[in-house]
Design a protein around this ligand. Structure first.
Ligand code: FE2
Length: 478
């Protein structure tokens, strides 16, 4: 980097925002690499694809936009016979195509149509919607879960009848993508905000933090025919409240045999973890807004609008992005993997002024395996100046016991602007070198190849129909 101040002070055309600087500049790559360089050995049993999703603005976004917004970009790492191919592409949505053609942002703030450029508003307003009405337009959670026992994708959508509506839809999809047992319930408010319509019309953000609201659990049967807990009426759902706090990512949930007591584990920050969604008063979150994995116990024999029965912090250190052996989702589990801020005793001392406070987006530098039955926690520390991204667990196939397999996650080496993939089997067995930087992952999932009949290469193959007999291929006949 140049030490000339006049150079280092040059600005990019991207607005200065919390997610658009430093090592997190928009990268905008569409790339494929066959057979990535690997240190160590990738176990040949790992056969499938690790899909990662990112938001990477293709054009400089609205200057006040948020880190969660941007153009969708998917990267895939495909594993076969110990080799790994890589491919990365944008999702070519209508917004992506319109803004790519325009060469500038014409969409405004995330989920606020009042801030779009008039050309977008005009296009939307002049487009007839002949077959859909709001009660047919359903939104979709970013975190559907697969129930491995019923082979269903369990889905919900909020604001499901339009912008800022309090309608929630719940339904499972079967393995053919067919929707079953659709149910509609009402949220007590359009969480987690109030005054949303007025704020959006004034050009503000869709969401704002409200220090007066509780974290709220809405409990509803998955299906209309689900056996109800004692005292519940058909069609009923109940609401339970905890303190003002932000719940981010869920590990898992299970329930007692009689269905009266569900347990849910999710990460919790004691207040707003997202400074880009401040309160209307502009009050900023506390600087130590730290996430912990917490178990919530509900008592469904209690009436609606009462308090959560019990809360308990599980591993006693800041952590986020919990993942499980997903073959066991919906049942009690014994092992979880999380991104964590590695405790100081597990790595070398950091220079004065370095080291974070456990912020969910910048200070996670390790992956831990936490085993509930023994209380034992094992740490992988990625190194000074490194950030870890959400882990995934790859089970060994067959009747492997829970937790028998590998853990995989991307590490961002911020000091040299590179990324690499680490594969752990308790200790590292392989590091897959990308040799370039890609934007931080939001989430990822593992798709095992062995459930499919056909294989398809992720990258271009060498196709050769005839041999020319020239150059290095000359016959040698003189
Ligand atoms: Fe998420």
């Amino acid at each position: 980097m140049s030490s000339d101040k006049s150079v280092t002070q040059l600005k990019s055309k991207c607005p200065v925002a919390i997610d658009l600087q430093g090592s997190n500049l928009p990268y905008r790559l569409e790339v494929e690499v066959a057979d990535l360089m690997i240190l160590g050995t990738v176990p040949p049993e790992i056969d499938g694809t690790f899909y990662r999703v990112m938001t990477d603005p293709f054009v400089p976004p609205h200057p006040n936009n948020i880190p969660l917004d941007g153009d969708g970009n998917i990267s895939a790492l495909r594993f076969r016979d110990g080799r790994v191919d890589f491919k990365m592409r944008y999702v070519e949505t209508e917004r992506f195509k319109i803004e790519r053609n325009a060469g500038k942002a014409v969409f405004g703030l995330n989920r606020n149509p009042f801030t779009h450029h008039p050309c977008v508003r005009a296009a939307v307003d002049s487009t007839p919607i002949p077959t859909l009405s709001w009660d047919q337009v359903e939104t979709f959670t970013a975190h559907p879960k697969i129930d491995s026992f019923t082979k269903e994708l369990v889905v919900y959508g909020y604001e499901a009848k339009g912008l800022a509506s309090t309608d929630i839809v719940i339904y499972p999809l079967d393995r053919h993508g067919q929707k079953k047992d659709e149910q509609w319930i009402k949220s007590p408010w359009c969480a987690p905000i109030h005054d949303y319509i007025e704020r959006m019309k004034k050009g503000g953000h869709h969401w704002a933090w409200n220090y007066d609201r509780s974290a709220t659990f809405i409990v509803a049967p998955r299906r209309k025919r689900t056996k109800l807990p004692a005292g519940w009426k058909e069609g009923e759902f109940r609401v339970y409240h905890d303190q003002n706090e932000m719940l981010i990512h869920t590990a898992g949930a299970w329930e007692s045999d009689d269905g009266s007591k569900p347990w849910l584990e999710t990460t919790r920050v004691h207040e707003n973890a997202f400074p880009f969604f401040p309160a209307d008063s502009r009050r900023q979150p506390a600087p130590d807004a730290t996430a912990y994995l917490v178990r919530f116990t509900l008592n469904l024999t209690q009436p609606t609008d009462t308090k959560v029965a019990e809360t308990k912090i599980i591993p006693p250190f800041p952590a986020e992005f919990p993942r499980l052996d997903e073959h066991f989702l919906s049942k009690p589990y014994d092992v979880a993997w999380l991104n964590a801020m590695t405790p100081a005793e597990f790595h070398d001392p950091e220079p004065e002024g370095e080291g974070g406070v456990g912020l969910v987006w910048s200070d996670l530098d390790g992956v831990v395996q936490h085993r509930y039955s023994t209380g034992k926690t094992e740490y992988y520390y990625a190194g000074r100046g490194c950030g870890v991204q959400e882990p995934i667990f790859i089970p060994r196939l067959g009747d492997a016991p829970e937790g028998d397999g590998w853990v995989m996650f991307l590490v961002e080496i911020k000091l040299i602007d590179l990324c690499e993939l680490v594969i752990l089997f308790t200790k590292p067995v392989a590091i897959v070198k990308l040799l370039f930087h890609i934007k931080a992952q939001v989430h990822g999932n593992w798709i095992d190849q062995r459930q499919f009949k056909d294989r398809k290469s992720l990258v271009r193959q060498g196709e050769l129909e005839t041999i020319s007999g020239r150059g290095a291929l000359e016959t040698g006949d003189i």
